[in-house]
Design a binder for this molecule. Structure first.
Ligand code: BES
Ligand code: MN
Ligand code: ZN
Length: 500
């Protein structure tokens, strides 16, 4: 929730009761306006730097409390390393670091957007601001007791000081929308499953209408009619009915084929009859991180009025083990007509994707489709929490996503798809089983299964985000359990390659 942060751009004034953040390079050099603003405190900073062995290397910082000669309560100097080497990703990080120096107890903050070489460009200021916004996010709606360090301050106003406020404001508009998309995704992932069940998830996507996204919600009856029995089988053991949501943003040319994004929205994954062990099961409220990313992405694209036609589809179900639940050995007929023998009811995500992917390709004939799913523990074994696993039938998409990953810091690593794995999916009774029967190559057999539901050779990417969607590595721009991973990655992909 971000309502506690007021982020603005304006001329420099040191906040009287607040925190001032300034930047220096790795020779401890400030920009001319910063040096002037520090005035007599310049000497103090030099002495403190020496005492603390602060050298201004990228990401390091130096704090001075009630610095003599300045009105502020705290002055923080953040090192940027070598100015000539700074990339957009670095400005995001610096914004995050700066925001981290403005504690919740501070009334105001000012971040002096100047580098040793001089004023930052509007794009750089805007990146800094986006980093600050992402960093400031905190999911605390269920904390009724105020934290000790909260004192009486309810909201923080942080000013990014720049000589070109209107330029920065203009450059920030799109980034603000993208950041809102990330925060929306984080909120959805962080919500507990007693609050966010499939119908409630669908209801929350209706908020996208405000930014011009068309939203359709399909209920169980509608999905039955379409023959989506693979998806419906997963949800049948829950007292919460399944839903599919179709979101459309038409910012491109009228008859241009859309790009499509598909998300696994398992609101809670108990494993079903093949029930999971108790330890850590609470994390499975985040098993809808793929769907959350798709919703956040649709918001981002619409908010910044992306010149693209995009569709987002999410399959929302709850995987529970009641008397009506699906059993191992059951055989379901998917929308594609292919029959599936259920082996382990904990491999539910691929069943949801099977029907939603088939539907997406048939209905929209998209340029490409990308699915995101917290699909397998095996991908965490393979890649840890830094990279998402990428499986694709298309080299160009693979290359482009790789570059978008490097640019945004949301990294993807390509994994193999190959028919040699197919025999692991052979079933005695149906067209196929849905798990490989052994744990070896578990992320690959899952992808191999999903590929069978990609209709008409549609260019397709599967991103296994089990390691990155939640409980992943904290960073300077994310302190939240639900990371909102993928929104910035896919927004960048669209912006760089699919907008005319
Ligand atoms: N949602 C889980 C995968 C998961 C595990 C995501 C840990 C995030 C953190 C998925 O539905 C699942 O249970 N996968 C099984 C598949 C197996 C039964 C073939 C797994 O990975 O163990
Ligand atoms: Mn599962
Ligand atoms: Zn799952």
């Amino acid at each position: 929730m971000t309502d506690a942060l007021k982020l603005g751009f304006g001329p420099f004034t040191a906040p009287a009761k607040g925190v001032l953040v300034v930047f220096c390079d790795d020779s401890l050099k400030f920009g001319p306006a910063t040096a002037k603003a520090l005035g007599s405190a310049n000497g103090l900073v030099a002495r403190a730097a020496k005492a603390e062995h602060f050298t201004g290397k990228s990401g390091s910082s130096l704090d001075l409390i009630v610095p003599e000669g300045l009105k502020v309560v705290r002055l923080t100097v953040v090192g940027v390393g070598k100015v000539s080497e700074l990339t957009p990703k670095d400005f995001l990080k610096l914004g995050g670091i700066a925001m981290g120096k403005v504690p919740a107890s501070a009334a105001d903050g000012a971040v002096f957007a100047e580098l040793p070489g001089g004023a930052m460009k509007p794009d750089q200021v805007a990146d800094l601001a986006q980093g600050a916004k992402l960093r400031a996010y905190k999911f605390d709606r269920y904390k009724t007791k105020r934290k000790d360090d909260d004192h009486s301050v309810k909201s923080r106003a942080v000013t990014i000081a720049t000589g070109d406020s209107s330029g920065a404001r203009r450059a920030f508009e799109a980034r603000d929308g993208i950041a809102d998309g990330v925060l929306m995704a984080r909120d959805l992932v962080n919500e507990p499953a007693n609050v966010l069940y499939p119908d409630e998830f669908a209801r929350r996507t209706l908020a996208l209408k405000k930014v011009g996204v068309a939203v359709e919600v399909l209920d169980v009856k509608a999905m039955k009619k379409l023959g989506m029995n693979a998806l419906l089988g997963v949800g049948q053991g829950s007292s919460h009915d399944s839903r599919m949501v179709v979101m459309r943003w038409n910012g491109g040319k009228k008859n241009d084929a859309p790009v499509a994004f598909i998300g696994k929205g398992v609101c809670f994954d108990t494993g079903g009859i093949s029930i999971k062990p108790a330890s850590g099961m609470e994390d499975m409220k985040g098993d809808m991180a793929g769907a959350a990313c798709v919703v956040g992405l649709m918001h981002a694209l619409a908010a910044r009025k992306a010149k693209v036609n995009a569709v987002g589809l999410i399959g929302c179900v709850e995987n529970m083990p009641d008397g009506n639940a699906q059993r191992p050995g059951d055989i379901v007929t998917s929308m594609s007509g292919q029959t599936i023998e259920i082996i382990n009811t904990d491999a539910e995500g691929r069943l949801v994707l099977a029907d939603v992917l088939w539907y997406a390709a048939k209905r929209f004939k998209p340029k490409f489709m990308i699915d995101l799913a917290t699909l397998t523990g095996a991908i965490i074994v393979a890649l840890g929490q830094e990279y998402a696993g990428m499986f694709t039938n298309n080299d160009e998409l693979s290359h482009r996503l790789h570059l978008s990953g490097e640019a945004t810091g949301e990294l993807v690593w390509r994994m193999p798809l190959n028919p040699v794995y197919d025999k692991m999916l052979d079933s005695k009774f149906a067209d196929m089983k849905h798990t490989g029967g052994s744990r070896w190559g578990g992320a690959i057999t899952a992808a191999q299964f999903i590929q069978r539901f990609v209709a008409d050779k549609t260019p397709w990417v599967h991103l296994d985000i089990a390691g990155t969607g939640f409980d992943s590595r904290m960073s300077d721009i994310n302190k939240s359990w639900g990371s909102g991973w993928g929104v910035r990655l896919l927004d960048k992909l669209v912006a760089d390659y699919y907008e005319k």
